[in-house]
Design a protein around this ligand. Structure first.
Ligand SMILES: Nc1ncnc2c1ncn2[C@@H]1O[C@H](COP(=O)(O)OP(=O)(O)OP(=O)(O)O)[C@@H](O)[C@H]1O
Ligand SMILES: [Mg+2]
Length: 460
């Protein structure tokens, strides 16, 4: 594995912002990350997580990448892109293999998961995004990590996320034009959960709800896996639209009012201060004229929309029997989680379940980007996924096994056993220990054609 392999480009295609980050792991004991480049553009052509205009999306992605590339001279290995839950389906499956030499190897883990994948029914127009182990069993005993365990049979029970093939092809084609052809996908809400959950929350289990601009995506995350992912096509822009309609005001004014006066706690600002009794709102057709509305009226409009949304999430979780045992509770993130009083309203709706609002930890960078904002959850989660942090063994969207590496050690230092068993399935078989961080994605070793190379040079 050469050095370019561990430089990742991650692209978050949100409905409001598209971001591109170029990063690499430092291989130190703190799992630090080097942010080499950052680009961010207002999204055009994305609504409810769906690409509605691929030309616009391609342009936005290109601008974000060019901006991120300004400070980077090294070439990029793998590109990891978010995919909205609006395109995806989740299903479960199991597969097992016999262990030829009595000691579970990564080859066996790979084969058990591949078997689980081939045992599942995937709709013809869908492709794999993740195959994540729910648990492994070695000789019928459930284990967290089967690697190097003694046994004669390994079983993998997995959660499989698939996405509409056309959506994946559209994004891949858009990137291919710019010479990027090694692309993996990550479910938006899964990325958000990787970024905001701590070890304890993951161990006990938590539902992460990513409240975005036009989407609300949620996952039940437990251990290194997700048990369920859901999607509601409603987000903070719906509040803006409601305010625009009910207050007869332009969208940009409605957005400002939402941010400035939006609170789910009656008569208060989001920051806990008492708000004014009336708010002057400029009117469509006559922006000079400010009509007075009681703050309570504005807040009722916001409250109604958010309450409806949270009840939809609750009903879906309830329908799937996921509410009875949400260990560490509900974790809210995403831009809309900044709305004052969201924690309190969510607590009321979900009754006795604990609720927290979370942001990712900040990532040091020289671009003055605050990664520790709630709207950065997916962006940070994509970086963590790409760099191999916070996740366990799984098959990625190229159906290859991605796996842990040793903490503080660069991949070049791993030894590669040459046993015939390990070479059988053609996967890279590095030794690892239990104090693991996770290995960066393997790079496709496909040769780039001259055309692509040329385009790459032109573009960067
Ligand atoms: N204080 C606030 N109250 C309500 N909404 C807010 C607040 N601050 C930001 N937002 C909203 O958060 C949204 C942006 O959040 P985020 O970046 O998570 O969305 P996105 O990822 O672009 O969209 P999506 O996930 O739906 O594709 C915007 O619609 C913005 O209005
Ligand atoms: Mg988002």
């Amino acid at each position: 594995m050469n050095n370019t392999n561990d430089i990742f480009l991650t692209i978050n295609i949100g409905s409001s912002i598209t971001s591109a980050v170029i990063s690499k792991p430092k291989y130190d004991l703190d799992n630090s990350i080097d942010i080499l480049g950052f680009g961010s553009q207002e999204s055009v052509g994305v609504n409810k997580g769906l690409i509605t205009n691929i030309e616009d999306v391609s342009r936005t992605i290109k601008d974000a990448i060019l901006q991120a590339k300004e400070s980077v001279t090294e070439s990029i290995g793998t590109t990891v892109v978010s995919i909205s839950g609006n395109y995806t389906r989740g299903t479960r499956s199991t597969g097992y293999v016999t262990i030829p030499n009595g000691l579970v190897s990564e080859t066996d883990i790979n084969q058990a998961m591949q078997m689980a994948l081939s045992n599942s029914t995937i709709l013809p127009d869908y492709d794999v995004v993740h195959v994540i182990p729910l648990f492994f069993k070695v000789d019928d005993q459930e284990v967290e990590n089967p690697f190097n365990m003694n046994g004669s049979k390994l079983e993998a029970s997995v959660y499989i996320v698939t996405a509409k093939r056309n959506a994946l092809i559209n994004i891949k084609s858009a990137l291919k034009i710019f010479g990027i052809d090694d692309v993996r996908f990550v479910l938006d809400s899964y990325a958000a959960s990787l970024a905001v959950l701590d070890d304890q929350q993951k161990r006990i289990g938590a539902v992460v709800i990513n409240l975005g601009a036009t989407t609300t995506e949620f996952v039940y995350h437990k251990g290194n896996s997700i048990i369920y992912n859901g999607f509601i096509p409603v987000g903070s822009k719906n509040i803006t639209n409601d305010l625009s309609l009910m207050l007869n005001t332009p969208l940009r004014t409605a957005e400002k009012i939402k941010i400035e006066y939006g609170s789910l706690i009656k008569d208060y600002f989001g920051n806990g201060e008492v708000g004014p009794s009336n708010v002057g709102v400029s009117q469509i057709n006559d922006e000079e004229y400010f009509k007075e509305f009681p703050l309570g009226h504005i807040q009722t409009i916001i409250h109604a929309r958010v309450e409806e949304l949270l009840v939809l999430v609750k009903n879906e979780l309830k329908k799937n029997a996921l509410l009875d045992n949400i260990g560490s509770g509900i974790v809210l993130t995403g831009g809309m989680s900044e709305l004052g009083g969201i924690k309190e309203l969510t607590k009321n709706i979900f009754e006795k379940i604990p609720v927290t609002v979370s942001s990712p930890k900040n990532l040091q960078n020289s671009f003055r980007v605050s990664f520790d904002e709630p709207n950065m959850a997916t962006t940070v989660g994509l970086i963590m996924f790409a760099l191999g942090m916070n996740r366990g063994y799984q098959l990625d969207s190229s159906k290859k096994l991605i796996r842990p590496i040793r903490k503080g050690q660069s991949p070049e230092k791993f030894t590669i056993p040459t046993s015939s068993h390990s070479s059988q399935v053609g996967v890279d078989m590095r030794i690892r220990t239990n104090d693991t961080i996770l290995e960066p994605l393997p790079k496709d070793k496909k040769k780039k054609g001259f055309g692509i190379l040329k385009r790459l040079q032109e573009w960067f």
